[in-house]
Write a protein that binds this ligand. Sequence first.
Ligand code: ATP
Ligand code: MG
Length: 294
Amino acid sequence: MRDQADSLRNLMRQTQEVRRTRPPSGEAARVITICSGKGGVGKTSITLSLAYAMMQRGARVLVLDADLGMANVEVLLGTSSAYNLLHVIRGMKSLRDVVVEGPRGLRWIPGGSGVAELADLTADQLHSLVASFGELDATTDVLLIDTGAGISRTVTSFIQAADEAIVICTPEPTSITDAYGVIKTVSAGERPIPLSLLVNRAVNDREAMDVGRGVQRAARRFLNRDVSVLGYLPEDPLVARAVRAQQPFFLMQPSARVSRSVDQVAAKLIHQEQEGARPKGLGAFIKRFASFFE
Ligand SMILES: Nc1ncnc2c1ncn2[C@@H]1O[C@H](COP(=O)(O)OP(=O)(O)OP(=O)(O)O)[C@@H](O)[C@H]1O
Ligand SMILES: [Mg+2]
């Protein structure tokens, strides 16, 4: 009797575990890298507001702060974390333990110095990291990765390992040429990653459209590469105010023009059918990332 009860209990536990580690829709999380060439163009502000806008539309979002030393997400959310990815890699904490629950339930992972360590994993570390990221597939539809400025090897590897990337630029000429530089670097990589451009801080629609089309045309002409334009966000003093208040601008004033524009981007992203392979999930993403450093 006792044996039977035990095995029944075991079976139930196993079923629950399967349920927990498999996404309800049967699909794996989609990984999107947010990057730019030039720094300070709005990556972190946009990543967080986009995360909230997507959450409001029903997506289960997870954010990875992959900015090497600056802990951008932490500052802009006004929350702090005692642990980061490094503790997971070193086996001191489980990934679940370092996922921080931010305001209104936004889940995010502090990368900290663990981001650098990702480039130098032992086989055991990689194996356990792939498994623990894979577990998060069950509760995640989208992983947004906020990267640091510039196109370091780590940043290009995040882009190459992800399912798609959003390149952010402003109408400033240096920002445009740097964004083009990112597109060029990514295009030279092995995997054909779908890229889209998001023009931030545009004074008006006309300017934004000119910038978007200009980059799109240059990529097509010189790189033989299609880049879609994901959208435009206006210049809005709310963004700087929100940074000072350590609050995502989308939460601070959802009706502001810049917030509504972010919501449009969120809607587009959710409904967008990306070309190419279907997402393979978070475990596969980490594995691919690590393979660039073998
Ligand atoms: N749409 C906008 N309107 C007005 N100001 C903006 C807008 N977007 C960004 N900014 C300004 O740019 C600053 C930098 O934004 P943010 O920190 O999000 O950029 P970042 O790309 O993450 O920077 P870094 O490369 O250093 O990580 C903000 O503090 C804000 O002052
Ligand atoms: Mg940032």
